[in-house]
Design a protein around this ligand. Sequence first.
Ligand SMILES: *Cc1c(COP(=O)(O)O)cnc(C)c1O
Length: 350
Amino acid sequence: MNFASDNAGPMHPSVLNAIVDANTGYEMPYGNDSIMPRVRDKIRATFEAPEAAVYLVATGTAANALALSTYTNSWDTMFAHRVSHVEEDECGAPEFYANGARLTLVDGDGAKMDPSALRHAIVNTGDKGVHGVQRGPVSITQATEVGTLYSLEDIAALTAIAKEYGLKTHLDGARFANACAALGCTAAQMTWKAGIDVVSFGGTKNGCAGVEAVVFFDPEKAWEFELRRKRGAHLFSKHRFLSAQMDAYLTDDLWLKLGRQANANCARLVKGLETVKGAEIPDTPEANMVFAHLPRAAHRRAMDAGAKYYLFPADATLDGPDDDLIRCRMVCDWNKTEAEIDQLVDLLRG
Ligand SMILES: *Cc1c(COP(=O)(O)O)cnc(C)c1O
């Protein structure tokens, strides 16, 4: 019963088999393997973007930091939500890769940037002339860090503001598949058709071992990205094994099927959580993750039986009054079984 994160599970058998299949003979290193052209074609087809520049890295942090830094001068600031991976979970990698550029935090409910807050942050940044940092790219996370979704109109509204000021836009799609599946839209609709310039297209959390694609819809900065990836030590020599994962992930829309499955698993979990006495679920879970406030006694029963998930704050203790509500996060990947979900719910219900 591990609901800690969607990267706690196994890789999908198709992805593992693709790695095994790729493990014969010799292949040119550093992205010149025979699988990568196929991956490039499939990404371009998936995103309906024949000109897109496509690169693979092994972590989402690398994808985000390298993508953002490509559009950031060292004297710029990158706009991101206060509750975003680039702010909270990357140890300053975006600032590091952008040679000391800053992050400016933008607020909004449900971990979604409020358009007027974004506009305010941008305007506020540009009015100090040489004394202030300059305006850099805007980074949006879809699905968000709390499992909510921007609608296509929400994304378009934010990118329109960015464009008004001549700023580039980045989509952190570590959970791109979950979002796309939930919205029932195409990859193109959720990115360039909504004004996104570069996307981190996640694989690791959705059935891969460790691969994310960085997709630039305008290839203008492609060479610069390649230099940054190499200089940042994220150009894999045995790149064929990244290519193999992404190839399998894109075959027959596996990425979308797994995202859909993970969402369905989470919906089942949420339905169960709603029946736990005293439970409160403030943000409507829209993808594969739920934040719930549950009584301490419920957590104690589940965790004593071996369930794993995060409590907030991190130092929350299971010793104390039974009825105190403690916030938790539970995430479902594609691999969860109904039995496992129901077992957790039964324990929480007591
Ligand atoms: C998991 C995650 C990432 C990538 O994290 P890595 O651990 O570096 O692979 C990026 N963005 C979001 C929103 C995530 O949840």
